[in-house]
Design a protein around this ligand. Structure first.
Ligand SMILES: Nc1ncnc2c1ncn2[C@@H]1O[C@H](COP(=O)(O)OP(=O)(O)OP(=O)(O)O)[C@@H](O)[C@H]1O
Length: 347
């Protein structure tokens, strides 16, 4: 066998085959066995179990409204999750992506793991890293006046959310995944394609984790940021089902706002939602369902909502999206004119 043929590679890692390497391999495996024996003796093998999944941060589900249009998108998502395809929800800010993703994930009756995309997120944040030192000790007093002691100190690997989700067959909700730099998301490629998660940085035989058959992924991204921040690599997008969402219809938005607002508003929720939907058409800024919920909350603080109050409430809800004082003036004028034109029946 030539030297070259000895350097065969499997999944990018060289197969060890020289005599020196073999010797090193034998002593390595002796070390491994010794560590395993000590671990058993100390009862120290720590399992990264599904219990850890529940410790992660998962947003609580608020009252989820299901109407025909919500159910339609839900059914489309479930179809693709049923056949094991990662599903990517794309839509404008505040149209309901996260709520729907969490709802569908919870309906699957598997653990839910939540990751929030972020420019600072690294592959280690997703898969795990050597984060702690672990000491395994043995005290042997087989002969009563001779104490034999042995300590092994080694790095301990700590799994992060993606690894836990893959192992436990969880439903991973990766919110705003396109905010993460594409290179950090590369680990997802082999998860989706080969059903294997590689743990970069991990040493030894457990570097590869088989993906649990029940593991599923729902990704969300904002349609504006999606094109703008870190454009995800085509190879990853190629493996995703894309479902574009828009704002829900009027009746659904009214139901959503009603479900979120405690107490009576000083006017009809319908009027508030209609004004906000009109502003969505007229303004350059994105006016999401969240804005309608906030406006309705503002309306609960007064007994009667007249035109001036509704104008103030809508201006306050939307002003953080405009940069300049002059823009706020324009915003207020636009809101006044929308309320005038719509002739909403304010109480
Ligand atoms: N089906 C629903 N039932 C109840 N509330 C909903 C529903 N859909 C959306 N909402 C509410 O509307 C608001 C916006 O929804 P959500 O946060 O899911 O939107 P998003 O598209 O993920 O927004 P962002 O892009 O800003 O993260 C939230 O307050 C959410 O609770």
């Amino acid at each position: 066998m030539t030297n070259e043929s000895r350097k065969r590679k499997v999944r990018g890692s060289q197969i060890r085959s020289s005599r020196g390497d073999k010797k090193q391999g034998r002593s390595q495996s002796r070390d491994d066995k010794e560590i395993e024996r000590l671990e058993r003796q100390n009862g120290a093998r720590r399992q990264e179990s599904s219990a850890h999944i529940d410790e992660g941060f998962v947003p609580e589900e608020q009252s989820f409204v299901e109407t025909e249009s919500v159910n339609r998108v839900e059914t489309r998502m479930e179809r693709w999750l049923d056949v094991g395809r990662p599903t990517h929800l794309i839509g404008p800010t505040g149209c309901g992506k996260t709520s729907l993703a969490m709802h569908v994930a919870r309906e699957r009756d598997r653990p839910v793991v939540w990751i929030n995309g972020d420019a600072e997120l690294t592959t280690s944040d997703l898969v795990g890293e050597y984060a702690e030192k672990e000491r395994i000790s043995e005290r042997d007093q087989f002969i009563h006046n001779v104490v034999k002691s042995k300590d092994i100190i080694r790095d301990r690997w700590v799994d992060n959310p993606l690894t836990l989700a893959v192992q436990e067959g969880a439903t991973l909700v990766y919110n705003e995944f396109s905010r993460t730099k594409p290179v950090a998301n590369n680990v997802l490629l082999s998860v989706f394609e080969e059903g294997v998660l590689e743990l970069p940085g991990k040493r030894g035989k457990s570097r590869y984790v088989d993906v649990h058959p029940e593991f599923r992924t729902i990704l969300t991204s904002n349609s504006v940021e999606y094109a703008g921040v870190h454009e995800p690599q085509d190879a990853l997008l190629d493996r995703l089902i894309g479902i574009y969402m828009d704002f829900y219809d009027l009746d659904t938005e009214i139901e959503i706002v009603r479900a979120h607002v405690d107490g009576s508003t000083g006017t009809n929720v319908e009027d508030i939602v209609q004004v906000l939907r009109e502003l969505r058409e007229r303004l350059d800024i994105t006016v999401g369902t969240r804005a309608a919920i906030m406006a309705a909350e503002g309306a609960t603080t007064v007994d009667t909502v007249d035109q001036a109050v509704l104008t103030d409430v809508c201006t306050d809800v939307l002003a953080s999206k405009v940069a300049q004082r002059s823009d706020v003036r324009e915003l207020r004028e636009e809101i006044e004119s929308a309320i005038d034109d719509m002739e909403v029946g304010l109480s």
